[in-house]
Design a protein around this ligand. Structure first.
Ligand SMILES: [Zn+2]
Length: 131
């Protein structure tokens, strides 16, 4: 057994971490969309994630924006369910979601961007925020 192998977000942007176990989940530069998903839960759509594993079976579901093939995803560090991964979108204008992950904001917390050198006050902090 032993500790699961955990990865870290490579860039210095602010990053999303698992609220339960604090491992990295995604860089804020991977954010595609932020809003409210079906059950009135605030959520983020992320292009790339780390430390996220598929759990359960693939399923087809009809959401407000169309039909999708989805699979649930959980945190590799603590196995908590985070949201789902879009495997396939039936509607052409929703194809951009394929390969992306939708994660409930309630399962995440945001760590601020890492400065180049924390001790040097002259360093400019660059926060990559994409809307
Ligand atoms: Zn976790």
């Amino acid at each position: 057994m032993g500790r699961p192998y955990l990865q870290y977000v490579g860039d210095r942007s602010a990053r999303y971490c698992c609220r339960s176990c604090n491992c990295d989940v995604a860089s804020s530069s991977a954010l595609l969309w932020e809003g409210i998903m079906g059950s009135r839960q605030p959520a983020v759509l992320l292009r790339e994630t780390v430390n996220v594993e598929r759990c359960g079976e693939e399923r087809r579901e009809r959401l407000s924006t169309g039909r999708y093939t989805l699979v649930d995803i959980s945190c590799r560090g603590c196995y908590k369910k985070l949201g789902w991964h879009y495997l396939c979108a039936a509607t052409p204008d929703q194809k951009y979601k394929e390969g992306c992950s939708l994660i409930e904001v309630a399962s995440l917390h945001i760590m601020p961007a890492r400065p180049q050198e924390p001790e040097a006050p002259a360093v400019q902090h660059r926060v990559a925020v994409q809307c």
